[in-house]
Design a protein around this ligand. Sequence first.
Ligand code: ASP
Length: 333
Amino acid sequence: MRRSFFALVAATVVALAPALCQTPSGAAQPEKITWAIVIHGGAGGKGNTTPADQPLSAREQLIADYLKTGCDVLSTGGTALDACEKVVRAFEDSGKFNTGKGATSTGKGSYSLDASIMDGSNVGFGAVSSVKAIKNPISAARAVMSTKDHVLLMGPGAEEFAKDKGLEIVPPSYFNATKGKKGGFNDDFDEEDHGTVGCVCLDQKGNIAAATSTGGRGVVLPGRVGDTPICGAGTYANNKTCAVSGTGTGEQFVRHVAAHTISDLMEYKGMSAKQAAEEVVFKILPKGSGGLIVVAYDGEVAHPFNGGAMARGAADSTGRLEVGIGKAMRKAK
Ligand code: ASP
C-alpha cells in the first residue's frame, strides 16, 4: 500500500516535470517561458468544424506552418522583430490571405496595402500605407522604422523609399486583386476566410515586437486608411507591457486606440495580458469589430475576438503549439 502510494507520487512528478520546475525552496513553479509567439490570419470567416480527433484542416495547417516559421527563429535565439517580419512576409507571399500578393480588391480591381511593425525595446515604429507596388510591405515598414525619425510613409513616396532601400517592386499583375472578379481570393479559400495577418513575439532576450499587414477591409472609399498602419490602433509593442496586432473593422480599432489601450490597462491598472485584451475586445470594441492577438513581456498570450472566427495560432518555449479557427484551440504539430 505504502509502496504503491510512493509509486503514484513518483509517476505524478515525472508526468508534471515538463511543465513544472523546482524553486530553491522546493516549491513547484510553472516553467518559465523564454520565448512565445502568436499569429493571426484575420477575423472574418466561419469557424472550423473539424472534430478534435481529426487531422487539421488545410487552413489550420497553414496557420500551424507559419507559426513554426516563427518558432524556428525564436527557439534558436533570433529576435522578436526578425520572427515577426519573417512570418508576415510568408503570409504576404502566399496569396492566400488579405495581404501582399493576396490583398483584397478595394473595388474595380484596385487594391491598397498597409503594414506596420513595432519594436517593444525602444517603442520604435514604422509603417507604410496605401502602397501598390511593394512586394513585401512589412519589410518596407521595418525600413521606415530603421530611419528612426519617420514613422509612416504613404503612396508613391513610400514606394520610392522602398525602391531606394533595395526592396522588391512588383507590377500590378503580381497582385491577385487585378486578376478578375474573385479579387484576391484564392480558389481553395472562401472570401470571408481571407484575412489580414499579424504576428506578436517575445524573444529570449526579453524583447517583444508586433507586426500587421493588410489589404484593408474590402470595397471602401478611395484613399481610405484603416488601423493597420496607425501606431496604437492595429499594432503596438512595448517591453514594459505587451505586443498587440489587431484584425477587423479598422475604424473601430482607430476610434478606441485598441492596441495601446491594452498596454495602458496592463501598465496603469495592473491587468494581465488576458484581462486587458478581453476588456478591450468584449467591453470597449463594439461586438462584431474583430479580434486581436497579444503576447506579454512574461510570455502570457491572449487572442480574443468578438465576431467572425479569428484564425490564430500560439506557441512558446514550453512546447505549446496550437491553432484555432473559431472558439476552440487544437494542438498542432
Ligand atoms: N483591420 C483591417 C483594416 O481595417 C482589415 C482587417 O483586419 O480585416 O484595414
